[in-house]
Design a binder for this molecule. Sequence first.
Ligand code: NAD
Ligand SMILES: CC(C)=CCC/C(C)=C/C=C\C(C)=C/C=C/C(C)=C/C=C/C=C(C)/C=C/C=C(C)/C=C/C=C(\C)CCC=C(C)C
Length: 500
Amino acid sequence: MSYDVFDVIIIGSGIGALVTATQLAVKGASVLVLERYIIPGGSAGYFEREGYKFDVGASMIFGFGQKGTTNLLTRALDAVNISLETIPDQVQIHYHLPNNLDVKVDRNYQTFLENITAYFPDERLGIRRFYDECWKVFNYLNSMDLLSLEEPRYLLRTFLQHPKSCLGLAKYLPVNAGDIARKYIKDPELLRFIDMECYCWSVVPADMTPMINAGMVFSDRHYGGVNYPKGGVGQIALSLVEGLEKAGGKIITSAHVTKILLEKGRAIGVKLASGDVFRASIIVSNATRWDTFGKLLTQEKMLTNENQWQQRYQKSPSFLSLHMGVKSDILTNNTECHHILLEKWEKMAELEGTIFVSIPTLLDPDLAPHGYHIIHAFTPHWLNEWDKLSQSDYEARKEAAADRIITRLEKIFPGLDASLDYLEIGTPRTHRRFLGRSDGTYGPIPRRKLPGLLGMPFNRTAVPGLYCVGDSTFPGQGLNAVAFSGFACAHRIGVDLRLG
Ligand SMILES: NC(=O)c1ccc[n+]([C@@H]2O[C@H](COP(=O)([O-])OP(=O)(O)OC[C@H]3O[C@@H](n4cnc5c(N)ncnc54)[C@H](O)[C@@H]3O)[C@@H](O)[C@H]2O)c1
Ligand SMILES: CC(C)=CCC/C(C)=C/C=C\C(C)=C/C=C/C(C)=C/C=C/C=C(C)/C=C/C=C(C)/C=C/C=C(\C)CCC=C(C)C
């Protein structure tokens, strides 16, 4: 048993955690990050097999722009004097949708508008108005420093400096993207396209997707753009850890926190599976809310406000992931890095409905052996389909699911099956085991239509001394979103600890 004392202990090392840790370390706090897995990064981690370097999650990275204030990954690395080489992606997504709706979302805004308008010429004005309104939200965000909305002096200062942006954002906080889309667009097929535009990163349709997040994604892809870190997504976490250590912070991997310790109701430390105990003035959990309040805090009664939150939000499904190494000659010259495949609109949000595809080697060929590409295909799946199976049933189910997905992908990548060199199949069980996420969930989604982002909790919790960071906090899923949550968390803690 050890009794080291820190200013801040952070449970987990996802991007939300590492942004919090680096921000606090450069402010002079003594920070300890405890990660249960063998490497940092969480959903933004990687693994290597037979010469391939696979990203655990998708490879579509926002937040690496060079201008404005919303480029939060660039800013987080800048703060610890690190810059990462990134490779611009000219097309955010190539959609392969029902009724031969085949649309590329180009980095250039006008080109994208023309691509979609070609399918819906009667909706030219509505399309323009919807996406322009998204720009309005983005421009408000991109005009101000993005810090803790729980810090009154920051709110006042920001309001005095940017009253129009603050009032504008306050107006959009309770709004969902579907409300705005239906104001301008009538064509049901086009509204379904907007649903898919939201679903493919928020995993809910437009009516349940907060307008602030839609404003970020639908505009930043044409502003800072989608940029891939050279060496793979895992480089982001490795670089943040390098910066953390340079700034005096510490990380321990293979350190599984099993309990948050309370004294007179205040969080004062953590206990590890090894029995080791660490103490700190402040504890931050990067685990999901279900894990933090259901497992790490061993109170008999769930806190009332967490209970209320769980009545509003539920766990999204997890994913079935196919990490494939394929011969490069099956991809034609104009193949894009990211694809969405859906054959029937009504199946969009169903199990195995939408297939997401990332081919990061089109941007960074060094991630695979010469002459080969990585294709990562994933599709929503629930844990209960995979739990409590014998090993042989589990393997057989994985093979059958992979066959179904590969057969469907043959439509956009003819010859895929025959060109397979390597295949690793991840299930919701894999996500639960390696990411420590309850049921392997991708994150919280509204149970029903909610007022935009108003119901998402900030970083402080009802337990004094305990904060949360990551996709269980405002503004939710996405690397740039959890980076915001990290900036906000560190800002609030910095004020609470009176750091300079
Ligand atoms: N844009 C993309 O393509 C992309 C790709 C990957 C991930 N993502 C996003 O990343 C987001 C997740 O980031 P995040 O910061 O919320 O966290 P995360 O889930 O990625 O990381 C949490 C970390 O905490 C660790 N952990 C959990 N319980 C622990 C315990 N008890 N003790 C010690 N360690 C523990 C896990 O091992 C994991 O490393 C997701 O919302 C997803 O949208 C996006
Ligand atoms: C002062 C007063 C009076 C009022 C204050 C009002 C105010 C200042 C409000 C401020 C609100 C703020 C600051 C909000 C900030 C919101 C942010 C930063 C939101 C960021 C969102 C980022 C998102 C949603 C990023 C998502 C990214 C992606 C791509 C996620 C995942 C993608 C996949 C899993 C799919 C990949 C797809 C394929 C095809 C492989």
